[in-house]
Design a protein around this ligand. Structure first.
Ligand code: HEC
Ligand code: HEC
Length: 215
């Protein structure tokens, strides 16, 4: 075949490519095909690291399954949030698939894995590593993994998130605006925690990256 035909063929191919072949990087940095699907980068940061001071969570390194479930839960209102609801609802399924796969491939924070048997004196460490079984509160690391690094598609990381974001989620479960967890696992736990306990355990996971190997 005459090589001179190739640029033209490439152009035809580009035109013929279905618009649903969503480009993850474009969705992340410029937004989805629907203008209401605002660019993620504005709030979640250049590398998906989040913006702690504003309560915008880290997305980098979270599992694609968890991220996709959250987008569906925002869209349905099972996780009520006035900022994310319209954005999640405006993403096409292909755009959600693409952008969550991109984020899952980004690095997770590096953190020292703390054993469940490690000494735990302060309230946050006690809840994280021992729980409060007299009130049916399991230790957080039993589901969220050592140092809260996350386990599989179901249990998200807690380490790498800010104390503001973590405590806001626990309060959302207490108030019933977030009710998207399987079998009310987190709802039961959050409602069993006092405000002091919410603050202490959120602070505990938020500061692990500072005391550990760093991000
Ligand atoms: C205007 C700011 C803003 C923009 C733009 C934005 N987000 Fe968010 N996002 C938030 C906030 C705030 C939260 C926390 C909501 C809450 O407290 O429940 C959040 C939470 C999330 C979560 C849940 C994370 C977790 O750990 O459970 C996901 C997933 C998410 N956003 C994905 C996206 C994607 C994908 C885009 C781009 C298409 C995007 N966001 C654009 C502000 C934004
Ligand atoms: C029995 C298992 C289990 C235990 C124990 C558990 N969690 Fe969870 N947690 C979950 C599941 C499942 C989710 C994800 C729910 C969803 O799909 O949105 C979650 C999500 C969270 C989130 C939201 C993270 C995000 O990115 O939005 C926070 C915060 C949280 N848990 C804190 C805690 C704390 C603090 C403890 C200990 C006091 C704890 N969890 C113990 C199962 C558990």
């Amino acid at each position: 075949m005459n090589l001179a035909h190739w640029p033209f063929a490439g152009l035809l191919l580009a035109l013929a490519l279905p618009t649903h072949a969503a480009d993850a990087a474009t969705v992340y940095s410029k937004g989805g095909s629907n203008p209401a699907a605002m660019a993620c980068v504005t709030c979640h940061g250049a590398e998906g690291e989040g913006l702690a001071a504003a309560g915008f969570p880290r997305l980098a390194g979270l599992s694609a399954g968890y991220l996709k479930k959250q987008l569906a839960d925002f869209a349905s209102g099972a996780r009520a949030n006035p900022i994310m609801q319209p954005i999640a609802a405006a993403l096409t399924a292909e755009e959600a698939d693409a952008v969550t796969a991109l984020l899952a491939n980004k690095p997770s924070p590096q953190v020292e894995r703390i054993s469940r048997a490690a000494p735990a004196a302060e309230l946050g460490a006690v809840l994280a590593l021992r729980g409060a079984w007299e009130r049916n509160i399991p230790e957080c690391v039993s589901c969220h993994g050592p140092s809260g690094v996350g386990v599989g598609e179901t249990f998200p990381p807690l380490v790498g998130q800010s104390a503001q974001y973590l405590s806001a989620q626990l309060v959302a479960w207490q108030q019933g605006t977030r009710k998207n967890d399987p079998n009310d696992l987190m709802g039961h736990i959050a409602r069993s925690l006092s405000q002091d306990e919410v603050n202490a355990v959120s602070q505990y996971f938020a500061t692990l990256t500072e005391t550990g190997a760093g991000q």
